[in-house]
Design a protein around this ligand. Structure first.
Ligand code: S3P
Length: 439
């Protein structure tokens, strides 16, 4: 497949109103719980990006009848907790860590074997963080040497509940264990060092499966049933983040982002931008199907560098690439610590962002668990996204403040989380064009 390149001309302002695509985390979970529920689950606002589609195709391959997606609508004919059937071959989950880690938990409890594979990026990501605790529950999962995919999950095991204290604040780890816990005898609990996103807990509750939550611990009791329900997926705050930063750094911008997921475990990006001086108004806060939603109005504002509070890191974990662009456009120094997790995302986001910012003349020094960025002028140049969707979109937004054009290589994976990004961004005022690579 030919590679995809973004060309961004410098300058411009972001104006208007937009609804970015549906939340990736919620879309994955809606497919999973809808498939395992009794009855028909209707989803609106589903993210038709490659990652969530990978989860959808995996359940189809396991015998679940799913209509759509068509304009964000998906109808799942749930098969019940024990209704999945063995797929014909390995399940290829592409770039999606969420699919692989959550499915590892669910599939550990099935009667049949499964093999989970992924692309080059996913094949290098750590899986022991889920296979080790799942093993303690009685799961049998083989990894490649080094604890990476493919995962070979042996079916027919009897799972038992555990109380797990996770060393990382990770919703993927927490969710994998809680999903296995649905099938385990007894009460399964996960305690985290800091609160990660809680969509699994909220959605389980919505499907009629109680989750007991106290402080940083979430528990489920095995042996229940999931009841189908309607789901309205809000717009993904992680996708909105590109425009929150873009409209902040570009002069004369005034933008409203509609129906954005406003779950408090995800709002760190707005808190960090506000600490830096951003002008973001939260309008029409409401709740839709158990998830808070709001419209966000953002206007241009001068930013200043800050030491990012470590407590905000898990609540903004996917937004750091674009926050680094904000830091590059701020006055003074921004320092991030306590974010070593960024090194094991779709790419090593600390190193790849530091290299890209350096290519644009920005002083960005990577550290083991973060980065130090000196705000200043942003030049044009050529950067490599390393196939990481969020890196590609972050540098696209940097074009709003660059002194000359930016070329971004290897952008095809933008489609994993934000199909239609280039078109939407152009409509709001970014001078961005997609061209085929190798030219
Ligand atoms: C996700 C959890 C986060 C996040 C990822 C989606 C989820 O990963 O980075 O994009 O849907 O549970 P970790 O749980 O590994 O931090």
């Amino acid at each position: 497949m030919r590679s995809l390149v973004f060309h961004v001309e410098p300058g411009g302002a972001l104006q208007g109103r937009a609804r970015v695509p549906g939340d990736k985390s919620i879309s994955h979970r809606a497919i999973m719980l809808g498939a395992l529920a009794d009855g028909v689950t209707e989803i609106d606002g589903f993210l038709e990006g490659a990652d969530a589609l990978g989860t959808l195709y995996a359940f189809r391959a396991m015998g679940v009848w799913i209509d759509g997606p068509a304009a964000g609508r998906v109808v799942i004919h749930g098969v019940g907790l024990d209704g999945l059937s063995a797929p014909d071959g390995p399940l290829d989950l592409g770039n999606s860590g969420t699919s692989m880690r959550l499915l590892a938990g669910l599939l550990a409890a099935q009667a049949f074997d499964t093999t989970l594979t992924g692309d080059a990026s996913l094949s290098g990501r750590p899986m022991r963080r889920v296979t080790e605790p799942l093993g303690r529950m009685g799961a049998l999962i083989e990894t490649a040497e080094g604890g990476t995919p493919p995962l070979v999950i042996r079916g027919g095991q009897t799972l038992h509940a555990i109380e797990y204290e996770s060393p990382v604040a990770s919703a993927q780890v927490k969710s994998a264990i809680l999903l296995a816990g649905l099938y385990a005898s007894g009460r399964t609990c996960v305690k985290e060092p800091a609160e990660s996103r809680d969509h699994t807990e909220r959605m389980l509750t919505g499907f009629g499966w109680p989750v007991a939550r106290t402080g940083l611990t979430s528990c489920v009791e095995g042996g229940g049933r999931l009841k189908a329900r309607a789901i309205d997926v809000p717009a993904d705050i992680s996708s909105a983040a590109f425009f929150l930063v873009g409209a902040t750094i570009a002069a004369d911008s005034d933008l409203v982002l509609e129906h954005v997921g406003w779950n408090p475990t995800r709002t760190g990006v707005v808190e960090i931008l506000r600490l830096m001086g951003a002008d973001i108004e939260v309008l029409a806060e409401r709740e839709v199907g158990g998830e808070p939603v709001a419209d966000l109005r953002v206007r241009s504002a001068p930013l200043h560098g800050i030491d990012i509070p470590e407590a905000l890191v898990p609540r903004a974990i996917d937004e750091f690439p674009v926050l680094f662009v904000a830091a590059a456009c701020a006055q003074g120094r921004t320092r991030l610590t306590g974010a070593a997790e960024l090194r094991v995302k779709e790419s090593d986001r600390i190193q790849v962002m530091a290299d890209g910012l350096a290519a644009l003349g920005v002083d960005a020094q990577p550290t083991d668990d973060g980065i130090v960025i000196e705000g200043g002028p942003v030049d044009g140049g050529r950067v490599d996204s390393h196939g990481d969707h969020r890196i590609a979109m972050s540098f696209a937004v940097a074009g709003l403040r660059a002194r000359s054009a930016i070329r971004i290589d290897d952008c095809r994976n933008v489609n994993t989380s934000f199909p239609g990004f280039a078109e939407l961004a152009r409509g709001l005022g970014l001078d961005l064009h997609e061209v085929s690579g190798d030219d």
